[in-house]
Design a protein around this ligand. Sequence first.
Ligand SMILES: NC(=O)C1=CN([C@@H]2O[C@H](COP(=O)(O)OP(=O)(O)OC[C@H]3O[C@@H](n4cnc5c(N)ncnc54)[C@H](O)[C@@H]3O)[C@@H](O)[C@H]2O)C=CC1
Ligand SMILES: O=C(O)C(=O)COP(=O)(O)O
Length: 437
Amino acid sequence: MVDTAQPESFPISRRDSFNTRDTRTRNLKPFHSGDIKILLLENVSAKAVDILKKAGYQVEFHTKALDNATLIEKIKDVHAVGLSKTKLTEEVLSHANKLLTIGCFCIGTNQVDLSYAASRGICVFNSPFSNSRSVAELVIAEIILLARQLGDRSREMHEGVWNKVSKACYEIRGKTLGIIGYGHIGTQLGVLAEALGMHVVWYDILPVMPIGMSRAANSLEEVLAEADFVSCHVPETPETKDMIGARELALMKPNSYLINASRGTVVDIDALAAALNSGHLAGAAVDVYPTEPLANGPGFESPLRNCPNTLLTPHIGGSTEEAQRMIGVEVATSIVKYIDSGASVNAVNFAECDLRAIPSTDLTTVRIVNVHQNVPGVLRQINNILADYNVNKQISDSKGDVAYFMADVAVNDPKEISTIYEQVTAIQENIITRVLF
Ligand SMILES: NC(=O)C1=CN([C@@H]2O[C@H](COP(=O)(O)OP(=O)(O)OC[C@H]3O[C@@H](n4cnc5c(N)ncnc54)[C@H](O)[C@@H]3O)[C@@H](O)[C@H]2O)C=CC1
Ligand SMILES: O=C(O)C(=O)COP(=O)(O)O
């Protein structure tokens, strides 16, 4: 593959290149930081914009998603993209000539073709738990709203109808919450639910430690049969597609409630609408949909509209000031660390590697960062190239078909930097090579 990740200002002069702002360790730079272009979509947090601008990059910020044609045009020229729900398919990414990294300013990464990105040497980051608490709190609110039919009562009042009823309205104390997917959000939710006096039973494909008094079920069916409220917190995977369909809804207790704030593909929406309209389920709260509008505004359509005791929210599970700020800091920091120092810690599609910082007194060491196909013999070729230099430290790891390599190498003459760069780039299995000064 042609490597265009190294911009025009490479190689730069030794005097420009060594940054000695930090008195203890050297801040590495990928070439001139001002060359780095970042495309931020979908109104990611202002905190992220601050961090990326402070790193010296050129930041293009959009409050909305871009249409596919514009996205393809813009992605050709940038080194990093930040997004939330924009789909980065193989087709879109195949136009990304300079892209080094993608920041998903959210938890889910199903919107990005992760393996294709890795095969092109593009490292993807997300924020694995910064909005977990926000989602768990929303679900707790929904459990109470559903149990008291508050969505319907509120709508009636706005329509001018006074409808004071207690029939089929309940306390949640003593009821059973069934959690499908006991990860970051599922465990938070379980803790909050127990604090409100609920019993918690959960199902997960992994053996996870039960928190508090909660109990692991042996199967999804066991949870469906026991729970008064079932809440889904699994990722979007081929296995979770339509995980809750007509069969599973029929297995749920009569007059129970379903909540889905995970991904729209997890629940069969037509089957859910049928279960609500037939009265088998007493209510549902849905935050995510098989297809979601890319921008705010009218025109939302779903079979769930106007179903009884059904709360519909526009994918706002993680939409709090706290969560967005934390996500902004976390993902922007990962992007800067990856671009400037090569650290891939917290990457979702790359092996996670880092090297300890280079002391500020060391003005001769450069960092070679290389992504290559994970086949035998590549490390030998790289180390042959580095054999005549003093390699202070190096690390290599792989994930699937792609391997990641970092080495800190002492060079005597700046001209040697270009030589090493050109030789490593020429290795047939090379995907991307960068030299950080
Ligand atoms: N509505 C919203 O705004 C938000 C939605 N989400 C969605 O929630 C999902 C869950 O988030 P986290 O709890 O942070 O993820 P997590 O990765 O911490 O937990 C997911 C759990 O589901 C389990 N799991 C996976 N496949 C399963 C299966 N087939 N059956 C049973 N369990 C299975 C995993 O083992 C894991 O323990 C995310 O993947 C994302 O799609 C996340 C944040 C905000
Ligand atoms: O974090 C996630 O996976 C979410 O679903 C939250 O999405 P958002 O960033 O609010 O569009």
